[in-house]
Design a protein around this ligand. Structure first.
Ligand code: FEO
Length: 399
């Protein structure tokens, strides 16, 4: 629990217990479930937290309120990491009104069986807490259909739900004037820089498919004067707002930086040797790259760098006359995220008949990627003669 301003108190929690978020994504630096109290003459609680943290969360609220009651629970987003404690809040404050939009109503009933004491708001509608005015803006599909944001007019504060969120739990404070990434040994400059990799990973893993609706939300909110962003995950942004807005804008436009994401999967090491040869050739030419082995690391990081870099190179051997499954699964995820605007090349080994490179190219073409090579399909053991990574690196360096 900590005070952000005279009228806003942070009552969220850090989670260092969960190893895998949503059953898929690693959390090496933890994650926070952010929740806030707005203290007017009436009191609003904005979102809740994950189910495992009921005791710590309710204690934070009790400490902050010193005997006062929660009048409104505002539900910006119904995903259970933010709504699981709704019933417990209602048990503690039976008169609380749950403020939500029409799309949230059936979800509240479905998850909690709650159908009464709901205050359904529309786009642009406001709620007065006395000296504090909260206005609600619908931002559908960022990244669920019911997502909305809450704007606290007097403090120019945007409670943004998952938008502008990041993996990684803040340490040393909640606002970006003091927050650091828990467990990180990097001596990064700003708080944004400390969290940037985890923000890329959060966006690409969780929100990535919804670039178009994130762009619509950014456009819709662009008229608001914003001096503070209170997201549901990660630091409260004050001084680094321009960097955070630019980051979400760039990611949701699928705009890649100059550089290469090499993603590969290998059965007996030949496709891996080709991947490493490409990395060495890129290094010689001073081209930035990241490389991910899908057989040994979670695909979360490969998605992060696919969103980061403008060129994607995928390596997979042929398996059952098809793409080796880890690489197929990765490309399926790239397709599911409606990835755009990438240069693309494929490579991979086969023993008696090559199929993977041709099939990877077809997947890339369906996404509208720019094929910068016919692909490097080679038989049996890797060699530079059979798989000319120097030529591919030359092509990439010229992009
Ligand atoms: Fe953090 Fe979409 O929930």
């Amino acid at each position: 629990m900590c005070k952000i301003s005279e009228k806003i108190v942070y009552v969220g929690v850090n989670d260092f217990r969960k190893v895998i978020f949503e059953g898929m994504w690693p959390l090496p630096f933890g994650v926070s479930y952010n929740s806030y109290l707005v203290l007017g003459e009436k009191i609003a609680l904005i979102d809740t937290a994950e189910a495992d943290f009921a005791a710590e969360y309710m204690e934070n609220i009790r400490k902050a309120l010193e005997g006062r009651k929660v009048d409104y629970l505002i539900v910006n987003h119904m995903e259970p990491d933010h709504s699981s404690l709704m019933s417990i809040v209602r048990d503690a404050y039976p008169e609380v009104k749950i403020v939500c939009n029409a799309k949230t109503v059936p979800m509240i009933k479905g998850y909690h069986g709650i159908t009464d004491n709901l205050l359904v708001v529309k786009d642009g509608e406001s709620l007065s807490l006395g000296s504090c005015t909260l206005t609600f803006y619908m931002t559908p599909m960022v990244h669920w259909p019911e997502t909305m944001v809450t704007y606290f007019q007097e403090e120019k504060t945007l409670f943004s739900g998952d938008a502008f969120g990041t993996f990684g739990a803040p340490d040393g404070g909640i606002t970006d004037s003091s927050a650091r990434l828990s467990g990180s040994t990097d001596a990064a400059g700003s708080t944004f820089e400390a969290f940037r990799d985890e923000m890329y990973r959060y966006y690409s893993n969780i929100v990535g498919k919804y670039g178009q609706t994130v762009q619509a939300a950014l456009k819709k909110l662009s008229g608001l004067e914003i001096s503070r962003i209170c997201s549901t995950h990660g630091p409260v942004w004050e001084k680094d707002i321009p960097e955070v807005l630019a980051c979400y804008d760039r990611l949701s436009r699928y705009e890649g930086e100059k550089g290469v994401c090499i993603v590969y999967a290998s059965m007996y090491g030949n496709t891996a040797r080709a991947a490493k040869a490409l990395a060495a050739e890129l290094e010689k030419r001073g081209v930035a790259y990241a490389m991910h082995n899908l057989c040994t690391e979670n695909v979360s990081y490969a998605y992060r760098d696919t969103f980061r870099y403008g060129t994607l190179v995928v390596g997979a051997p042929t398996y059952n006359n098809d793409i080796f499954p880890p690489a197929y699964s990765f490309m399926y995820g790239v397709s599911a995220r409606l990835m755009k605007n990438r240069h693309f090349a494929a490579f991979g080994s086969f023993t008696w008949a090559g199929a993977s490179v041709k099939l990877l190219n077809e997947m890339a073409l369906r996404l509208g990627f720019d094929l910068i090579s016919d692909g490097l399909s080679f038989s049996q053991a890797y060699s530079a003669e059979k798989c000319d990574m120097a030529a591919l690196a030359d092509t990439i360096a010229r992009l």
